[in-house]
Each structure stands twice: as structure tokens, then as C-alpha cells.
Design a protein around this ligand. Structure first.
Ligand code: PMP
Length: 396
């Protein structure tokens, strides 16, 4: 190995380990359901984005197997050669119907979808106003576009108005976009979309909402934009197919012109092989399941409310979440990591999240209850929380 590379890797890894930032990977044996098996231990799983339990849904598994029989395991090419299967077209029509837009386009992951769409639409003559807590894939998409990036204080509408005015009135940019998560995954709070739309109208901003954590959760399942009835106002709705939908992939939904443009300009659409038949078929079934019934959505919220109430009654600080995402804010980084480790030893898998993902001193154990959890599992988790919380002096 090159000496320079060797020295670089060693110093990087040692630095991360010294700061307690080297993430140990937990390997899950078997399905990622409400209970998971890690290193032989069955644990109550409060750390997965499988909000509706669809990742292990029987019907989705069945249709995925059928799609392998009818279409094979791979799609064979990128979308623009011959990797656009009838299943992809069916999925995109279904997504547009689900999101209440004219059209939609699917990508291989939510991450590459953000990088693709932002880069395709914005360029170095433009500016992007971006909420400071936006997801890493948004940050990378903004960087890739080479537009001027202007960070906006989290959900601070005065800051947004001021920076939008400044950017537009400077005359330095051809286009100005405001981009935000719909639901913020670290705190479970919701973007102030009605106010954002008002400001966007005032300054002719392009609006882009990443609803990775809102789809399936907000708006009776159809997402945060639908929750506020703003389908006609938000220009670009992006989402993942890997969280509530339970499979893998990402999408953009919007006008026919927007989607037509992305199919000629979004680089992963042009240069990366499309979603597999099994995944695509399972996603179609998942979206249809959400469109047919709110049963799973309702169960998710019932479980979220139940866990929140239980943790609050025990005396934990659960922040200001407006969604089932339930942070349990511990504070100091080392204590947060110890808390999560002790939970795991007692039977609950709830991952700690510390700086730099969240600000210093706001370390938390983040809980993601799902529609697939039973009351018994949540009661058991609460019992363990109480035990560990008292043991480590987090609650009295
Ligand atoms: N956007 C947000 C807000 C996310 O939380 C995530 C996933 N962590 C992504 C995009 C990327 O989605 P995916 O995992 O489907 O690539």
C-alpha cells in the first residue's frame, strides 16, 4: 500500500477513535422488525426507520418473489438504455397519484436522489438557502451543484425571510431555492411549510422538501406537504422508499415538466442501473397499501404517543417532537453512549446520537416506535428505560 495512504488512514482512524466518534457496526441476523437479533440477543428494536413495519410485510415479500420470477433479479441497464421496466413506469405513476402531483421519477436511493435532483436544477449562478439541520444528502447535493450555499437557522422564518431578501435583491443569482427536510429526524419536528410557502411566494424562491421521514407518517401517510395541503405550492417533493415504504430507493414528485427534465439531466438516472424488479414491485405494493388504508399509519401514531407518554411520565426529557420520532435527550456525550449501551444489555436497541450529528451537550438516544411494535414490547422497553435511567442518574 502507498505509504501516504497508509499514514492517512491510520491517523484518521486513530483520531476518530480517540474522540469516541468511531462507529462500531452492529450486525443484525434475520429480519429488521420490531425485534432484532444482534450477536445472538433478541432486542426490542427502537432504531429502525421501518415506521410502518412494511420491511417485513408478508404481501410485499410475496410480490417481490413473483417479480423475480417474471422479471429476473436485475434490471440490466440504466434507465435511458433499456433499464426502464414496465414496473418502473407503474411505480412512478403510483407515486404521482400518492403524492398528488402530475408525475414522479424514482431513483436507486434517497441519498442519490437528493444529489441528483439538486445538482440537476441548481448551478453555480444560483443560491440555495438550506436549513442548518438538513440531511447530509441535501448538503452533498448542494455542494455538487456549485451553487452558493446559505445556511438558514433551523426553522427560523425571520432568518429565512432576511436571507431570501438579501439573496434575491443582491441580483447575484439567477435562481434562489429554499430546501428543507419535511420532518427533522433528530428531533421529530416538522418544517413550517405554510410560512415557507408565503416567503417563497414573496421572493419567488424554488421550494424543495425532503420528506424522507414524513412520507407514510404525516398527512395520513401521504407526507408533510399533503398534511398542509400544499401539493400545488411546493415545487419539488422528494422522498425515500427506504423508510416508511420499507424497501429502498428515492423519488421526486412534481410537475410533468420537472420530471421530464430530471430524466434527461439527473446523473444517476442516466448513469446508474435502475431499481431491481423485486424492489420495484414491493414498493408499488407498499404505496398501494398506504393508499388503501390508514391502519398502519394510525397504529404508528398510537404507538408513538404511547411511548412518548411513558417516557415523559418516567421523567425523561423527550424534546419537542411532533411525530412518532421520540428523542430521549441525555446531554453529555459519554453518558449518552453509556445509556444506549446499558439499554442494549438489558434488551432494548436504541442508538445514541451525539455530536457532530447533533449539537454538543444534546446527546440523545433516539427512539423510533413503529406500527409493528406491540404494547407489550413498548411496556417492556419502558421498564428497561426506567431501570437504566435510575441506575445512571438520568431520572430520579
Ligand atoms: N433524506 C433524509 C432526510 C434522510 O434521513 C435520509 C436517510 N437517512 C435520506 C435522505 C437518504 O435516504 P436513503 O437512506 O433512502 O438513501
Amino acid at each position: 500500500m502507498s505509504k501516504i495512504l497508509n499514514d492517512f488512514l491510520t491517523s484518521q482512524l486513530n483520531g476518530l477513535k480517540e474522540q469516541g466518534l468511531y462507529n462500531e457496526i452492529n450486525v443484525v441476523t434475520g429480519p429488521n422488525g420490531p425485534k432484532i437479533n444482534i450477536e445472538g440477543n433478541d432486542l426490542i428494536n427502537l432504531s429502525s426507520n421501518n415506521y410502518l413495519g412494511l420491511a417485513t410485510h408478508e404481501k410485499l415479500k410475496e410480490v417481490a418473489k413473483q417479480a423475480i420470477d417474471s422479471h429476473g433479479v436485475g434490471s440490466g441497464a440504466v434507465r435511458t438504455i433499456n433499464g426502464t421496466l414496465d414496473l418502473h413506469v407503474e411505480l412512478e405513476n403510483k407515486l404521482a397519484e400518492f403524492k398528488g402531483t402530475e408525475a414522479a421519477v424514482a431513483f436507486q436511493s434517497g441519498f442519490n436522489c437528493n444529489m441528483a435532483a439538486i445538482q440537476a436544477i441548481m448551478n453555480k449562478e444560483d443560491a440555495i438557502l438550506s436549513d442548518e439541520l438538513n440531511h447530509a444528502s441535501i448538503i452533498d447535493g448542494c455542494r455538487l451543484s456549485r451553487a452558493k450555499i446559505i445556511r438558514v437557522k433551523h426553522s427560523d422564518m425571520d432568518d429565512l425571510r432576511m436571507k431570501a431578501k438579501e439573496a434575491v435583491e443582491s441580483g447575484n443569482y439567477n435562481k434562489v431555492m429554499y430546501i428543507t427536510d419535511g420532518v427533522f429526524s433528530m428531533d421529530g419536528d416538522v418544517a413550517l411549510l405554510p410560512e415557507i410557502v408565503e416567503i417563497a411566494k414573496e421572493f419567488d424562491l424554488i421550494t424543495y422538501v425532503d420528506d424522507a421521514h414524513g412520507s407514510g407518517v404525516m398527512g395520513k401517510g401521504a407526507g408533510t406537504v399533503k398534511h398542509f395541503g400544499l401539493e400545488k405550492e411546493i415545487d419539488i417533493q422528494m422522498g425515500t422508499l427506504s423508510k416508511a415504504i420499507g424497501v429502498v430507493g428515492g423519488y421526486v414528485a412534481g410537475t410533468q415538466e420537472l420530471i421530464d427534465y430530471l430524466t434527461v439531466a439527473a446523473r444517476p438516472f442516466l448513469f446508474s442501473t435502475s431499481l431491481t424488479p423485486a424492489d420495484t414491485r414491493a414498493i408499488i405494493e407498499a404505496v398501494q397499501t398506504l393508499m388503501d388504508s390508514t391502519e398502519l399509519h394510525d397504529k404508528l401514531w398510537e404507538n408513538g404517543d404511547y411511548l412518548k407518554k411513558g417516557l415523559k411520565e418516567l421523567g425523561f426529557n423527550i424534546g419537542n417532537s411532533e411525530t412518532p420520532i421520540t428523542p430521549c435527550i441525555i446531554g453529555e456525550e459519554k453518558l449518552t453512549q453509556e445509556f444506549s449501551k446499558r439499554l442494549m444489555e438489558e434488551g432494548v436497541y436504541a442508538k445514541s446520537i451525539v455530536f457532530p450529528t447533533v449539537p454538543r451537550g444534546t446527546g440523545r438516544v433516539r427512539n423510533m416506535p413503529t406500527a409493528a411494535h406491540t404494547k407489550e414490547m413498548l411496556d417492556e422497553a419502558l421498564k428497561i428505560y426506567e431501570k437504566v435511567g435510575k441506575e445512571l442518574g438520568v431520572i430520579s
